[in-house]
Design a protein around this ligand. Structure first.
Ligand SMILES: Nc1nc2cc3nc(NCCc4ccc(CCO)cc4)[nH]c3cc2c(=O)[nH]1
Ligand SMILES: [Zn+2]
Length: 372
């Protein structure tokens, strides 16, 4: 079995081109991970997710522990077999989802106790339990158990949450089952504060991880503050390990974060938008509910090779969206995931050819022009 590894293949300014090797395959970076929260990338068959070019997907400890249960998935052969996704899977550790989805009961040094948003039953997550669940799922990349402070927060509370998260990172590392091909990522915290980010980066590097995520962002701070925080945070992290910006983001966020040294991303935006009639195109987002599409025979994006753009008109998409047809979610999700993967492929090619700065300028001039 090959070891978990990251190869830095090249760089262009702050942008990096790399390759992650793990048990279930190889991931070209910069990479975007479609979100498969409840063991499904919503409205997509796994083979069609792969057809978009996605090489790795994200799963969630929080959702799968509540339903159908981590032990049950383990008995059925693990998450890859269960959901029929043969490629790499990264799982988030649950802390962020507890805070954003459940009725929190208690957070203390040991972990969090909460009520399920599904049936109100009580559950506890600790670093040790989160590691056990992600092991039972069979994740290629396990995330440390952390606390993501909300935005805005008093600096003192960000400091408290950051220091707790670093103690939990050490407990996560100690509880993680080391296997060739399987990696554990630390999660840098510190809000928008350079000194707290530095303390967190030092603590994580002393423990030692296979990759370093940047947490605590995409929590409402806005793009400018996210980018200014990235400007100093990525430089604190090891250059020879993958850097993963959690929960990001819009196409403009991806391009700007790659420019600042980020290698991996995940976001629910392309899939959630696919279910709410929003489509991404190289000229910006398009709302298919808009009546102006009702007679438009053109495809969504004539540069896109996805089945939606090859076989359907905007008029048809407008119709099935307004009719609330299931095919609307299928076609728009497929297109959005293809758009995100094509954007990442274009980014990787631009870094390889040393033209990323021109790519970023061209992207910004075209995107957001509004749809014709
Ligand atoms: N373990 C851990 N996980 C995280 C997940 C995150 N996800 C985000 N942001 C997602 C924001 C987000 C939420 C919804 C939509 C679609 C509708 O607009 C898009 C983005 N920030 C995040 C921070 C953390 C973090 O520190 N630690
Ligand atoms: Zn398309």
């Amino acid at each position: 079995m090959t070891d978990f590894s990251f190869e830095l293949l090249g760089a262009d300014g702050g942008a990096r081109r790399g390759r992650v090797t793990c048990a279930h395959g190889v991931i070209q970076t910069p990479a975007f991970m479609p979100v498969g929260t409840a063991a499904t990338v919503k409205a997509m068959l796994p083979e069609n997710v792969a057809a978009t070019g996605a090489e790795i997907i994200l799963g969630n400890t929080y959702h799968l522990m509540l339903r159908p249960g981590a032990e049950r998935i383990a008995r059925l052969g693990g998450l890859h077999a269960f959901m029929n996704w043969p490629g790499p899977i990264l799982t988030d550790s649950g802390g962020y989802q507890v805070m954003s989805l459940s009725e929190l009961r208690k957070l203390d040094e040991n972990g969090v106790t909460f009520r399920s948003h599904i049936d109100g039953s009580y559950h506890t997550l600790t670093p040790e339990r989160s590691m056990e669940i992600q092991h039972q799922l069979g994740s290629d990349i396990t995330m440390c158990f952390d606390e993501c402070p909300p935005y805005p927060s008093e600096k003192a509370d960000v400091a408290r949450a950051t220091q707790l998260s670093m103690r939990w990172a050490a407990r996560s590392r100690a509880a993680f089952v080391n296997r060739p091909g399987y990696g554990l990522f630390g999660i840098n915290q510190g809000g928008v504060h350079e000194d707290l980010r530095e303390q967190s980066a030092q603590a994580l590097k002393e423990i030692g991880f296979d990759g370093y995520a940047i947490g605590g962002l995409a929590v409402g701070e806005g793009r400018a503050l996210m980018f200014s925080t990235l400007d100093f945070t990525t430089l604190m992290l090891p250059t020879d390990k993958p850097r993963y910006l959690m929960g990001v983001g819009k196409p403009e966020d991806l391009v700007g974060a790659v420019a600042r040294g980020v290698d991996m991303f995940d976001c629910v935006l392309p899939t959630r938008s696919g279910r709410t009639a929003q489509a991404f195109t190289r000229r910006g987002p398009v709302n298919l509910k808009n009546a102006r599409h009702g007679d438009d025979p053109r495809p969504l994006d004539d540069h896109c090779s996805c089945p939606t753009c090859r076989n359907y008109s905007r008029a048809y998409l407008n119709h099935v969206v307004k009719a609330g047809e299931i095919i609307a979610a299928m076609l728009l999700t497929w297109h959005n995931l293809q758009y995100y993967q094509d954007l990442m492929a274009d980014i990787r090619r631009a870094i390889e050819s040393g033209t990323f700065a021109a790519f970023e300028a061209d992207f910004q001039s075209q995107y957001g022009q509004g749809d014709i």
